[in-house]
Design a binder for this molecule. Sequence first.
Ligand code: BG6
Length: 485
Amino acid sequence: MVSRVIPVDPFDLVIFGGTGDLARRKILPGLYRRFWAGQMPEDARIVGCSRHDMSDKDYREEVRAAIQEFALEGKDDTDKIDAFLEIISFVAVDATGDKGWTELAKKVREDVVHAFYFSVGPSLFGDLAERLHKYKMAGKETRIVVEKPFGHDLKSAKALNATLRKYFAEEQIYRIDHYLGKETVQNLMAVRFGNVLFEPLWNALYVDHIQITVAETVGVGGRGSYYDKSGAMRDMVQNHLMQLLCLIAMEPPHHFEPDAVRDEKLKVIRALDPVQPEDIVRGQYEGDDKVASYFDDVEDNGSITESFIAMKLHISNWRWKGTPIYVRTGKRMKARASEIAVVFKHPPHSIFGEKSNDRRGNVLVIRLQPNEGMNLRVTIKEPGPGGMRLIEVPLDMSFAEALGPDAGDVADAYERLIMDVIRGNQTLFMRGDEVEAAWAWADPIIGTWEESGERPKPYAPGTTGPEESLMLLYREGRRWRDVKA
Ligand code: BG6
């Protein structure tokens, strides 16, 4: 595979929360990988900021350690790391006071793109935006990048949008949902709109149902206090799964450009029906001799927050009316595996006899992680004599196998998204109205169980979630695909 790296223009990137976990694990290692790949000009500047004083030298050593831990994989080149560290500096800044802002303002050059990454809790977004304005860093070429969670419900999301819009136009606000930066997620659009093969069948006439699964093996340990206030619905469904659903269900945008794509996604969210309580299963993992229970992870034996959720959704529009979309996500499941499966209907009449309908039919699977790829199950005749016996075989395309070893070295979601910020391309970022529409859909669902105080169903770690989630499909003669890596 020929990898094409298009260098970006010089820029200043300021990371608030520059010593935090996300900066250490994702943002800084990702920037190094782009530098290593030759995408970043040598006169780019990265400024880490946090509350506590630190010298440039000490910060650079922290960044070096983060790169060594999270970014190397064949990129262990001391000269390159040293050259990268040269472009990094540090300023201690108080988000709620005046300390450090004048110094920071002096570092930000006027004639290049500048981006400010708010890698901090949303309660500081307003303070940061206000001070960027006060210290004259909120010019037209300024971009701000904000992390999820973008609000806790519709009201708080609206308030956050209003605060940011006091100082920045929508075109300057980059709301990250890192699922949109994943390679296969973008491939979804290429597969749907770059081929003529699938789109004529991509509707309720031919699609029996769709399954979206994002399964994780990790628990919430270490993030318990955040997670227990969110649960799987707020942490994963309202954002990541919603974005996957939008890309799989939306109409073709007239162009692959930011507002055209986001307009179509918004229409999908607005066409979602309210979800009935009987179409929702919430679960909470138990512990075993190897892993702690959810209760222990969040240190609250009375918690009624879900670490698993499965739901049946309906989109009320011409394309999808009547095709259910089943989504599920959970922690401590049996494998880390994320995929979207489009399950097609059976042929209207089988010329091969009754039994052929026992088979499962055509399924297109888009694997997000691990082993990114696609798989299309088709029916063929079993080779050899013995009459017309039908079997199903996969047409399997692992990207790494089909496109060569370099395909495995795809940019991590964060790398891609940060470079898009510098380029000024908002296609893979959520617009304010999209986030609000997603909360408007999620709020009443969450409200129902918060009001009833209903407890999630317990499930054993290393499984596919509570038994009841299997029933969501069984009762309609369908079944979930297995969760396997
Ligand atoms: C984050 C959630 O947004 O996404 C986490 O807060 C979750 O709870 C993570 O583990 C999953 O991301 P990925 O890229 O590992 O699938």
